[in-house]
Design a protein around this ligand. Structure first.
Ligand code: GDP
Ligand code: IMO
Ligand code: MG
Length: 442
């Protein structure tokens, strides 16, 4: 068994929630390491549909410890709403759910700044989820953030809120002509949250260290995707966290040597929500068809997702920067009935051919994809659970993805339901146990 990181290989919404739900069965601990309630991870099983924004998707598997790591930014009101929703759906959440003391708290002013900044940007807006993610990470980096540990200490919390509001109210009122906040109201509201969440707050790094020392297996649930990573994504049209595999270490306090494998999740085509370059975007009936068949509506904001052909340049980059050891390809069924399929294998820009993702956003936004055309299939992949039952052309499509990315496919998903999955190789169990250095007593 392995300590495995699951990340999105594109621009988010690749189906990470479904894959993590399946792999959770073979994990002991499931941990989110970055992002916040901007995420929307959907899991469908016999009992119903669950959409997780903060709580790890592993919560549906019994007996797993679920953790929100220190790299996550937490909107306590949203988290409590999610906990209540889960309880209403019959999912027990108690000591199996922990939150890092180090995780930063999203404050009401973060959401206000997020919305006001987007409005002020006009046509240059990022198209954020409006959940206060960017401003919360700005405060973290500016070293004025408030952490979960601070939330539990009323005096520290009040002092920090009062200090921060001097500058932030000024900024909101004078720069954005928006309303400011009063410390008393925030403190009153957040102290109620503190009471509710207190028993869940712990040291995530220590919990994970003890778990791995005892041979437990950890599944790291990425949110967003490689191309939304603040360092490695299509900056500035990104989120504000480290959504690539590297973020799993800094976002939980576990060392890179403890990681055994990285699974990149990709759709069989591409989607993106919000603004920013998207070379294979289809603004025609084919794109509309993908949007409709794939039900490509954002789980967090309800916005229609932009759709396009699969982009091997995007995937190759994801395999490289995350060190992916294998891939999970989701939503293959959405391509059923397409007469022909296209995969971008390179980009052309001003006569120059790019095989690799250009780092320059200006170049990327002007690139024309170079396509390879493949035949579609007339048979159905929907709900198929065995590779041998896939149409020949679907097998060829999958093999081509492996060739173009130089990365093997471990999992193919053929429907939103848990059972609609082809498990070629389980990345949680396929890895040989790491050699453990015997403990020497002092
Ligand atoms: P995440 O953010 O990466 O977890 O992905 P989302 O949950 O936001 O979006 C993926 C959507 O596709 C969800 O509605 C899933 O239920 C659905 N889904 C996942 N895998 C498949 C699949 O193989 N086929 C189909 N048709 N839907 C899928
Ligand atoms: P999951 O985990 C898809 C996008 C937003 C916007 C940009 C910045 O479900 O894959 P933010 O609110 O984070 O500052 O917005 O990032 N975005 C996502 N797109 N899936 C997500 O999460 C996303 N989380 C943020 O649409 O373009
Ligand atoms: Mg999503």
């Amino acid at each position: 068994m392995a300590n495995l990181i699951v990340i999105g290989s594109q621009w988010g919404d690749e189906g990470k929630g479904k894959i993590v739900d399946i792999l959770s069965r073979d994990a002991d601990v499931v941990v989110r390491f970055q992002g916040g309630s901007n995420a929307g991870h959907t899991v469908v099983n016999r009992k119903g549909t669950y959409i997780f924004h903060l709580i790890p998707s592993g919560i549906l598997s019994r007996g797993k410890l679920c953790i929100l790591g220190g790299g996550v930014v937490i909107d306590p009101g949203a988290l409590i709403g999610e906990l209540d929703q889960l309880q209403a759906q019959g999912i027990k959440v108690g000591r199996n759910f922990m939150i890092s003391q180090r995780a930063h708290v999203i404050m009401p002013y973060h959401k206000a700044i997020d919305k006001a900044a987007e409005k002020a940007k006009g046509s240059r807006r990022i198209g954020t989820t409006g959940k206060g993610i960017g401003p919360a990470y700005v405060d973290k980096m500016a070293r004025i953030g408030i952490r979960m540990g601070d939330l539990l200490n009323p005096d520290v919390f009040r002092d920090k809120v009062e200090d921060n509001l001097v500058e932030i109210n000024n900024f909101l009122r004078h720069v954005y002509k928006a309303r400011g906040f009063t410390p008393d109201r925030i403190v009153e509201e957040y102290m109620k949250y503190a009471d509710r969440l207190r028993s869940h707050v712990a040291d995530d790094s220590l919990l994970l260290h003890k778990a791995t020392e005892n041979g437990r297996h950890v599944l790291f649930e990425g949110a967003q995707g490689t191309h939304l990573d603040v360092d490695l994504g299509t900056y500035p049209f990104v989120t504000s966290s480290s959504s690539c595999a590297g973020g799993a270490c800094t976002g939980t306090g576990i060392g890179p040597t403890k990681i055994d494998a990285v699974l990149g999740v990709t759709k069989a085509y591409s989607t993106r929500v919000g603004s920013g370059p998207f070379p294979t975007e289809l603004s025609d009936a084919v794109g509309e068809g993908l949007q409709e068949r794939g039900q490509e509506i954002g789980a967090t904001t309800g916005r229609a997702r932009r759709c396009g052909w699969l982009d091997a340049v995007v995937l190759r980059y994801a395999v490289r920067v995350n060190g992916c050891t294998s891939l999970a390809v989701t939503k293959l069924d959405v391509l059923d009935g397409s007469r022909q399929l296209k995969i971008a294998v390179g980009y052309r820009h001003k006569g120059k051919l790019y095989r690799d993702m250009p780092a320059d956003l200006q170049v990327l936004s002007e690139c024309e994809p170079v396509y390879e055309v493949m035949p579609g299939w007339t048979g159905s992949t929907t709900a198929v659970t065995s590779y041998k039952d896939l149409p020949q052309e679907a097998k060829r499509y999958l093999s081509r993805i492996e060739e173009l990315t130089a990365c093997p496919i471990d999992i193919v998903s053929t429907g939103s339901h848990r059972e609609h999955t082809i498990m070629l190789k389980n990345p949680m169990t396929a890895i040989r146990p790491r050699i453990r250095i015997p403990k020497v007593s002092a």
